[in-house]
Design a protein around this ligand. Structure first.
Ligand code: PRP
Ligand code: URA
Length: 214
């Protein structure tokens, strides 16, 4: 779908995806259902974001005859959730590519400045050769996404796809401009940020809703 954010931004807006995101937004959706929905959305978004994975010819034998079929070329994928909330999307993504390696980037927003504070980074080796699927349900100011991408670059990672369920226009614009070589996949684009840098209408605090904390 065309948008004003540039060629590296893909806003999905698929009705099935949007329906699930609408269920997530509802404040009456409890932790159990919320978690299940985030997992399913991770899978649906990963399916779309990975539609350009390379394939190669492989010879096999069906019960009828020998044939040449297409199979995924190589196994060099890394899934990297931004902790905590990104963790909720990992099982949906690994159900698509079970052989993927998993890295973790730990980050939280300072409640006053809204700046991201990093507390952990462990990426699979060698990261340079892998396609990296970075995931986080929310892109608000864009600070966490940009910092996580910088971390990956610092470790040598280059080919990155960032998947988020909901983005705010201001943060998405900033992140897409700061990281033009990263492909951004967005489930729904929301209206704006509020004075606390929360996405409106959004879904609240994704980490708290996934893990049942407050
Ligand atoms: C949330 C969310 C993103 C970040 C987005 O994490 O999961 O990582 O905020 O905001 P930004 O675009 O303004 O940086 P949070 O800091 O709440 O940490 P948590 O996942 O541990 O709850
Ligand atoms: N982080 C969240 O979890 N939700 C928002 O709306 C903004 C940042």
């Amino acid at each position: 779908m065309d948008n004003n954010f540039g060629p590296n931004v893909h806003i999905m807006d698929h009705p099935l995806l949007t329906h699930k995101i609408s269920l997530l937004r509802d404040k009456h959706t409890g932790t159990n259902e919320f978690r299940k929905l985030v997992e399913e959305i991770g899978m649906l978004m990963g399916f779309e974001a990975l539609s350009d994975l390379p394939v190669q010819d492989v010879e096999i034998e069906t019960p009828i005859e020998k044939t040449t079929v297409k199979m995924l070329a190589g196994r060099k994928l890394a899934i990297v959730p931004i902790l905590r909330a990104g963790l909720g999307m990992v099982s949906g993504l690994t159900s698509l590519v079970p052989s993927a390696k998993i890295g973790h980037i730990g980050m939280y927003r300072d409640p006053d400045s809204h700046e991201p504070i990093e507390y952990f980074c462990k990426l699979p080796d060698p990261i340079e050769e892998r396609l990296i699927v970075l995931c986080d349900p929310m892109l608000a100011t864009g600070g966490s996404a940009i910092d996580a991408i910088h971390q990956i670059w610092k470790h040598g990672g280059r080919k990155i796809k960032f998947i988020c369920i909901i983005a705010a226009p201001e943060g998405l614009k900033k992140a897409a401009r700061a990281c033009p070589d990263v492909q951004f996949y967005v489930g729904n684009l929301d209206r704006c940020l509020n004075e606390n840098a929360y996405i409106c209408p959004g879904l609240g605090d994704a980490g708290d809703r996934i893990f049942g904390t407050k």
